[in-house]
Write a protein that binds this ligand. Sequence first.
Ligand code: AMP
Ligand code: MG
Length: 484
Amino acid sequence: MQLTNSYADLPPRFYQRIAPTPVRDPQTLLLNEPLARELGLDPELLAQPDRLAAYFAGNETLPGSQPLALAYAGHQFGGFSPQLGDGRAHLLGELLDRDGARRELQLKGSGRTAFSRGGDGRCALGPAIREFVMSEAMYGLNIATTRSLVVVSTGEPVFRETALPGAVVTRVARSHLRVGTFQYFAVRRDVDALRRLADYAIERLYPELRDGTDRYMALLEAVIAAQLELVMDWMRVGFIHGVMNTDNTTISGETIDFGPCAMMSAYDPKAVFSSIDRMGRYAFGNQPAIIAWNMARLAETLVPLLDDDEDRGLERAQQCIAGVPERLDDAWHTMMARKLGLPDGEAEEDRVLTGALLTRMHSEQLDYTITFDRLTRALAPDPEPTLLAALEPRWVESWRARLAARGVEPARAREAMRRQNPVVIPRNHHVEAVIEYTTRTGDPSRAQALLEVLRDPYTVGAATAEYQDPPEDGDRDYVTFCGT
Ligand code: AMP
Ligand code: MG
């Protein structure tokens, strides 16, 4: 395994060159074997937990690695911080996976950097396990996401409200560029850096735009398209990111940072679980509006690249952003129609149908995943008669009539719906139980058992039923915390 690091070719003001801080007693706790194979990691290395732990704790340097802490800024809960950056992460480098795709390896929890501000540069074990499980669940759900390769426990405590065991998690991403990376240079009026950053992003993530005449506008549009698709995928499965700050919004369109994320159980647009989100800014139903806002922040940074004339550049950015809310609204309705087996294209009438269903689900506090799973199963040749008992019979009739009117056979609708509607999601209480158990015992078996189910969430397997139950208390008292 030989790493390269194309980011290190960018000017020094893009990052700090800094090695991870070694830890006392690194132990491999979780290894993502399918991902390790995808990345083509040396099987000999994988068979040696000690060496693996030393590399992925940052105690030893992987061949070719040039560790960097990346500079970025960001809007956090709407307020702008001109300087955030990797305060507890090190980009180790890139490698080509077995499909020839470039993937970045980053350690998180690997020590202080120039961007740490007051932080200790460390990560507690619980949040590291959470990132590992949740990112793999998202991948299983077919949602663009960063992934986790290894969780190494450090043998050192980290001090939060109490002393907690420490960990380093290795994150794998197509790219760690964020909206906040562009903001970092925009706020410094460093147009040269912005241009280099935009060119780098195009080269790495959207090479098909390389030779276009208007490539910075094309980049903006490509990021918007990727983020719209991503957020609609979150909405499709009930994922609440929890901290959609612009520094946690990728240029690649991958899900990143699983700190206070949660899954919605009962359908509720206002669902929010993060302890720090008191205003509900990042509530489930707000996520489309927030991504529109974050894309506007990205557009602003690109103004100097969109036209030599600043006013004209601003006008072009605004034109591009102006269409986003309507596109989001269309995308939301298309996504919902697909969850009901309805083909794209006749939005108006389908909207009435999905609207009525969601109103019912909200007022009856029906579980999002279970309801759509039941609707899917209701189209089987011989369904259980009580499957849709929670829904209004008249609504069910009009749904079936709508499918018939659109010429969709139930069997075909069911197949299409199955691809949209998971049978199992990483339910908060199961994820918490696994984190608690794994942290306490150091035994990875329960995490692996959960992951085996979550890697195939559209299929009922032998153990699926163990993880399908909704929370007994409807997650009423569930609270998530930022992994700081
Ligand atoms: P996050 O909430 O994880 O997206 O982090 C926001 C910012 O805080 C980023 O710049 C992080 O690098 C930084 N940060 C979070 N936790 C720590 C920590 N324990 N030590 C240093 N920096 C941190
Ligand atoms: Mg972050």
